[in-house]
Design a protein around this ligand. Sequence first.
Ligand SMILES: *Cc1c(COP(=O)(O)O)cnc(C)c1O
Length: 366
Amino acid sequence: MNNHVTVLEIDGNALEHNLTYFKQKLNPKTKVLAVVKAFGYGSDGVQIAKFLEDKVDYYAVAYTHEGIALREAAVKTPILVLHPQIQNLQAIVKYRLEPNLYNFKIFDAFLKLADEAPLMNYPIHIKFNTGLNRLGFWHTDLPKILSELKQTNHIKVQSLFSHLAASEDLEEKDFTTNQINNFAHIVKQFYKHLGYEPMLHILNTSGVVNYPKAQFDMVRIGIGLYGFGNDTKETSALKNTHNLTSIISQIHLIKPGETVGYNRAFVAKEPTKSATIPVGHADGLSRKLGDKKGYVLINNQKAPIIGNVCMDMIMVNVTKIDCKEGDEVIIFNNQEMLQHIANISETIVYETLTAISQRVKKTLKL
Ligand SMILES: *Cc1c(COP(=O)(O)O)cnc(C)c1O
C-alpha cells in the first residue's frame, strides 16, 4: 500500500466540469473519447476511467498494458489502443481492447489472428496519416485495405481516424485545414466502397477548441479533461484536476556562509530557515526548478526552492514564513502554478503532468 505523504489528488469535480465544458461545445450527438493514457496524464487512469465510466463513450490508451489495467479494474467502456504492438494482439483480444491498425504489418497480423480464432466482426480502428507523419496508413493504401476488408467478416471497422499535427497553433491553420480536408476525402472513398459507415474522428482537445466544425462523430479529449485548453482563455474556463501536496519533514536554521543541499549550491547570505519536503526529481520535479526558479506554497506564501532539486527531496526557503514540521506544502494546485513549472522546466504542461511518477500516491477526491 502506498502511504506516501506526497499525494497527487485528482479532483473528480474538476474532471466532470471539464468534460461538461467540452460537451457543451459539441453537437449533442458527437461522442466523447476520454484519453487516459500515461496513467491519466500522470495521475491514475484507472481511477479516472472508473469515475467517468457512464459519462464518456470511449477511452483511449497508448499501449496494450494500459488498456489491460482498465479491464482488470472492470472498466466496461470500449477502449481504443492507439499504439498496439504485434506481440500484444492476443492480449488485445483477450481483454476486449480495440486496436488501432495503422500499417499493413499490424493490419495483416490482426486479420490473420481474427481469421484463425475465428473472431466475428471484431471492432478495429484504422488510422490515416494526413500530415503528422507518425502513425497511419497513407491514402494510397486505400484500395488494398478495402479489398482485404471486403473478404472478411472476422473484423469490423469501428472507426476511421487521423491526428492533427498543430491544432493548437492558429498560424498553422492552412496546414490543419488541409489535414482535415484530406481526411474527409479519404473517408468519403472509404464509405463509398465499404458498404457500412464507421465512426470518424480527428480532433484532440485544441482541435475541438479551434476546429469544432471537424468534430465528425467523436472527439478525443486528453489535456482538456485535465484542465488545459492550450490557450489562456480556454484554460481559464477549465478547472485544475491535478493537485500535488506534501508536508514539511524538517526545518533547519542556517547561519550565514553555510550551504544547503548537493554541491553546496545554495549559500546563506543571512540567517536562513529552510524546510525539507519529500518530493524530488524522481517524483517528476525537474532539476531546472532548483536555485530559486521554482517555488511551493506553505501557509499561502511562496517558498522558493533553494539549491539543487534532489532525487527524493527539495529544500525551500521559509525564512519569512510562519511554519513548522508537519505543515502542508502545496507543490501545485492550479493551472498557473503548473504552467510556471512547465515554463521553468523548459517544457509543456503535458510533460510536467506525465512526469509525476508512480511513487507519488494518487487519490481521486470529490
Ligand atoms: C494523446 C492523443 C490525444 C489527446 O490529445 P490532447 O491534446 O491531450 O487532447 C488524441 N489523439 C491521439 C491520437 C493522441 O495520441
